[in-house]
Design a protein around this ligand. Structure first.
Ligand code: WTA
Length: 648
């Protein structure tokens, strides 16, 4: 496999050299107290911490605390402390869906807007510790809302704008939110997204689950006609006129919750990942600075949505804590055409660009001309996140987009990890296309076999992390037992990531993808169990099994085996009905790509569905089904194969 050594140009002005990386890494794992004690000071503390690390992965006693006696406010760290030195500098560069729509928001302006929104929330009774749910498009108000919560000590739960009313309702109830912040409509690819309408439905669904939403703060984005419930709904543009543009930041303990973010797991419904204030901010800011080799005055653009963790850590908290200029893009990569990303880069002179492999593959498919007609000379560092990047896409990104001038940082991490764990550093680590390369400071990855035996040398296995880092999630909101069970029980004493990985002869890490029942569709994380539960909630469906299969653009597609109720006939119309049903239950991101009606599913004699076999059949890999003799009815498999082949 090719190695691309660190180029001289990348070393110039870089924060760290190859030797620095080695020395810093060694210290970070040999003396975590000393290392993080020093780097913990990068944020402003109201009361400085005296304790650094207090963490245990021990079975039955998992507890993670960092900087526990320190007191700080995350919003003050992202805003107030920059006012003197960079008050007039652009904090958020907003690029609308419509290319004619963009504007710059300075740190001073951002501070004012956040304070106003904080005051509006307070005026509606929001207090420290209350949960506020945010369901907004990619507009600056999404950042105002998150930071306003952080300012007054409320815990935000951002729900991606592509989720359905059902999904939003469930998350409102799960978090116990009585306040929801949304917009009239969103704008994506020239089309509008009916957020307020969805929100109204979601509030009804939450009420049925026992959660009353008493306040809905509505941002006017498109001016579209929406229903207003008097006494409950308030327009942000009206409310902001009634409050002061200053608001004292609430002093928060380092371990006070900052946010909940729902994410999919291998079983059950999505869980609320809880992140706290001090360690999360230190880790998000530090990784943002070193992974992107951030320099003063640069324009940084991460194309994720604030509804995902990447948007939390690398659009809002990391960049703003670092006093950077962060670009927020409302639109999609192919609107008005497939040149949009590259045009925005030229328009705003973007230096650092961070996107997902699925977007890279789609744009690669659109052809080089869309890229080559733009300059892209401002680019210095390129990043990738969300799923494994295949070497073809990596090479295209490197050669065509970056013209071999820009290093690519392929960053591996998870909602649970709060920030990047395995990644190259631009001036310090040689690249290999498709490898996330090396662990970040303080991160101790390990490979284990299925029995938990530690694997040494160049080998593949299950990826665990053996010690805590400051950005790690602290618990599953309201269910610490599920936290322990999900992450620390498979390999006791270790955090199990759910990913498989390979370590090569140079000690480089290659993430191979999930080894559990989570799939990654266009970089969106999805539990197969969630899609199954949506399918079986349809009256004509008796049973369903869902697996991922390789998809050229999306990385993985959603393959559904569906057994119908007795008497129901398979048809194309019913397939469409089921697709629509899943979109309704979860959202468009969960749309099944393939539905195969199957009279029976391969089960063990104890009734467990053998997903391994279903995965192979979905992959069209019939030669590698393995042992099917333990099945209750081996003939089911032949039938499934026959139907799969007939589809081709
Ligand atoms: C996958 C997104 C390979 C992985 C930040 C992980 C990756 C899941 C990479 C987390 C990468 C993320 N290379 N795989 N660079 N980055 N993944 O929680 O399977 O939405 O477990 O967090 O995405 O997805 P999540």
């Amino acid at each position: 496999m090719t190695t691309i050594p660190v180029k001289d140009a990348w070393k110039q002005g870089a924060l760290l050299s190859e030797a620095d990386y080695a020395a810093w890494y060694r210290r970070s794992v040999e003396d975590p107290e000393g290392f993080w004690g020093e780097h913990g000071k990068r944020v402003d503390w109201i009361t400085p911490f005296t304790k650094v690390k207090n963490t245990s992965f021990a079975p039955g006693n998992v507890s993670i605390k960092w900087f526990e006696d320190g007191v700080l406010n995350v919003s003050a760290n992202c805003l107030d402390r920059h006012l003197e030195s960079r008050g007039e500098q652009t904090a958020i560069l907003f690029e609308g869906d419509d290319p004619a729509d963009s504007r710059a928001i300075s740190y001073r302006e951002l501070h004012g807007e956040v304070c106003r929104m904080a005051n509006v929330l307070k005026a509606h009774g929001v207090q420290k510790g209350d949960r506020v749910t945010i369901y907004l498009p990619m507009i600056p108000e999404a950042a105002y809302a998150m930071l306003a919560c952080a300012r007054i000590g409320a815990v935000h739960s951002v729900v991606f704008g592509g989720f359905s009313p059902d999904a939003l309702g469930g998350r409102l109830a799960g978090a116990g939110s009585s306040v929801l912040i949304t917009a009239d409509e969103g704008r994506r690819g020239g089309k509008s997204v009916p957020l307020k309408k969805n929100a109204d439905r979601a509030v009804e669904i939450a009420a049925k689950a026992g959660q009353v939403v008493s306040t809905v703060l509505v941002v006017q984005r498109t001016g579209g006609d929406v229903a207003v419930t008097p006494g409950r709904d308030i327009w942000w543009h009206e409310a902001r006129e009634t409050v002061e543009a200053s608001c004292e930041p609430e002093p928060m303990g380092a371990e006070d919750p900052l946010f909940i973010l729902y994410t999919s797991g291998s079983t059950g419904q999505p869980k609320g990942v809880l992140h706290t204030s001090g360690g999360y901010l230190v880790y998000a800011a530090m990784t943002h600075q070193y992974v992107f080799d951030l320099r003063e005055g640069e324009v940084y653009w991460c194309t994720a949505d604030v509804g995902w963790v990447t948007g939390h850590s690398y659009i809002v908290y990391g960049p703003l804590a670092n006093g950077a200029t962060t670009l927020m893009f409302e639109g999609v990569p192919n609107y008005p055409d497939a040149s949009r990303f590259w045009q925005v880069i030229d328009k705003h002179q973007v230096n650092i660009f961070y996107t997902a492999p699925t977007a890279i593959r789609a744009l690669m498919g659109a052809g080089d001309a869309f890229v080559e007609k733009t300059s892209r000379k401002s680019l210095r560092v390129l990043g990738s996140v969300g799923e494994p990047i295949n070497p073809e896409a990596w090479n295209w990104y490197y050669k065509i987009v970056g013209e071999e001038r820009c290093p690519i940082v392929d960053t591996w991490w998870q909602t649970e990890t709060g920030g990047i764990l395995i990644t190259p550093l631009p001036g310090a680590i040689a690249l290999k296309p498709g490898s996330a390369t090396r662990p970040f400071f303080g991160v101790k990855p390990e490979l284990v076999d299925s029995e938990g035996g530690v694997l040494e040398g160049a080998v593949s296995g299950n990826l665990c992390i053996t010690d805590s880092w400051p950005g790690q999630m602290r618990t599953v909101y309201g269910d610490h037992e599920r936290f322990e069970q999900t992450y620390f029980s498979t390999y006791p004493g270790k955090y199990f990531t759910g990913d498989g990985a390979r370590r090569d002869e140079d000690g480089y890490w290659w993430i191979t993808g999930r080894v559990d029942d989570v799939i990654n569709v266009s970089g969106h994380r999805m539990g197969t169990a969630e899609v199954e539960s949506a399918l079986v909630s349809h009256p004509k469906v008796s049973e369903a099994a869902v697996v991922g299969y390789p998809h050229d653009i999306k990385g993985q597609g959603i393959y559904c085996y569906v057994t119908l109720m007795t008497g129901e006939e398979p048809s194309e119309a019913l397939k469409k009905e089921l697709v629509a049903h899943v979109r309704n239950e979860i959202g468009p991101i969960a749309s099944p790509d393939q539905i195969q009606f199957s009279p029976g599913l391969p089960k063990t004699r104890s009734g467990k569905i053998m997903r391994r076999i279903l995965r192979k059949i979905a992959e069209n890999d019939f030669g590698a089904l393995g042992d099917t003799s333990t099945l209750a009815d081996p003939a089911v498999v032949d039938d499934l194969i026959e139907h799969r082949q007939n589809k081709e």
